[in-house]
Design a protein around this ligand. Structure first.
Ligand code: PLP
Length: 372
């Protein structure tokens, strides 16, 4: 079967043919045509955030983590102190990278099955005035839980601390309005809810803090201040840009706008989520999260309790039927994850549920019920 499989993963994800076709061309990085694409993508990203006049957006080569690392390096002074509320794997990753680049880090642990509590963040900031910045993961992709961005941003603004938001798996799907939510940096990437291909991230920086970021970064390639200065002056990227990735993102954003922007994207993902949740529930599967705290981005399910269950065989069965699932990221309980994002809709989601049902039958498992 040479048909593309449907990726039910939180990036890379399924893209449209139009987006794929946009990559069939070579570009000179210094050429006016490519410079125009960079400028258009930057302008449209600011449209989506409602950040014109208040924010700049700085694209960066690499996967999403490169941009998180760059945001922390650029925004947090070397003697800064970062608080990371931790309710999952991506929070832990952010804390680790901040620590590895020599920033002081305090972790605020929270259960993996619930959102970060804004009042716990407020208490931690009150208790330690040396904390300069909070790093918040908006949608913790490790489980799928949505953290309260607006409430945490209000706490940071009130207490005069900086805020860096990893909105990698939420930007362009969940509403984020820079006119209403105050943050210093917000990070996302090409290959998530904008439905481009992976290979670059971008960081929104509040204009008021940009000048003060000069000299913070201990890394040459990850210095967003330098990248911004150079890009504003020349229209070009500082180092070799991911030309095909940017062309694909430009085309993906064009479709995003045509389809009705963020509200339409959220509506499609929410519909995908409902179709998946209802179908899986009918098969006996139980989600890890309470639906109240679940973002319609990625869903974690408990593994079936049946002794014949084995993730690898389950995965291969779904793959043979055209669907790529995602392993769980929890250490305490056995789970697997199913993404709701990408250029897919209700039909693909119900076909995915049918593929799961068929795979269970083949494995001799009567249903998806987890251990009680
Ligand atoms: C995808 C993602 C990232 C970036 O991961 P990469 O593998 O580096 O692309 C970071 N944070 C969150 C919340 C994500 O979902």
């Amino acid at each position: 079967m040479d048909r593309d499989r449907i990726l039910l993963t939180p990036g890379p994800l399924t893209t449209t043919l139009r987006t794929k076709l946009a990559m069939l061309k070579d570009w000179g990085s210094w050429d006016g045509d490519f410079i125009a694409i960079t400028a258009r993508v930057r302008r449209r990203l600011l449209d989506i955030l409602h950040g014109h006049g208040s924010h700049v957006v700085v694209p960066l080569q690499g996967s999403g983590t490169f941009s998180v690392e760059a945001a922390v390096a650029t925004v947090v002074p070397r003697d800064g102190h970062v608080l990371v509320p931790d309710n999952g794997a991506y929070c832990k990753r952010a804390a680790r990278l901040a620590q590895m680049m020599g920033r002081r880090v305090t972790v605020l642990p929270t259960g993996e099955d619930r959102p970060v509590a804004a009042d716990a963040v407020a208490a931690a900031l009150r208790a330690d005035p040396s904390i300069t910045h909070v790093v918040l993961i908006h949608c913790e992709t490790g489980t799928g839980v949505e953290n309260p961005l607006a409430a945490v941003a209000a706490v940071c603004a009130e207490q005069g601390r900086g805020l860096i938001v990893d909105a990698m798996s939420s930007f362009a799907a969940l509403p984020i309005d820079a006119r209403q939510v105050r943050f210093d940096a917000l990070v996302a990437a090409s290959g998530k809810c904008l439905e481009g291909v992976p290979g670059m991230g971008f960081v929104f920086l509040r204009e008021a803090i940009v000048a003060g970021c000069a000299g913070n970064s201990q890394s040459l390639a990850m210095d967003l201040h330098e990248q911004n200065v150079y890009m504003n002056k020349t229209g070009q990227w500082r180092f070799t840009p991911p030309t095909h990735v940017l062309a694909a993102l430009d085309e993906a954003i064009e479709q995003f706008v045509e389809q009705g922007g963020q509200p339409a994207r959220l509506a499609r993902y929410a519909d995908n989520y409902r179709t998946l949740a209802a179908g899986m529930q009918a098969l006996g599967f139980r989600p890890f999260l309470d639906p109240q705290v679940q973002a319609p981005i990625i869903v974690t399910f408990h593994a079936p309790a049946h002794p014949a269950y084995d993730f690898k065989r389950f995965y291969e069965g779904a793959k043979a039927r055209g669907f790529i699932l995602y392993p769980g990221k929890l250490t305490q309980v056995e789970t697997f994850r199913v993404g709701c994002i990408g250029a897919i809709g209700r039909n693909e989601m119900s076909q995915a549920v049918a593929a799961v049902a068929d795979t269970l039958r083949e494995m001799g498992i009567p249903g998806g019920a987890p251990a009680p």
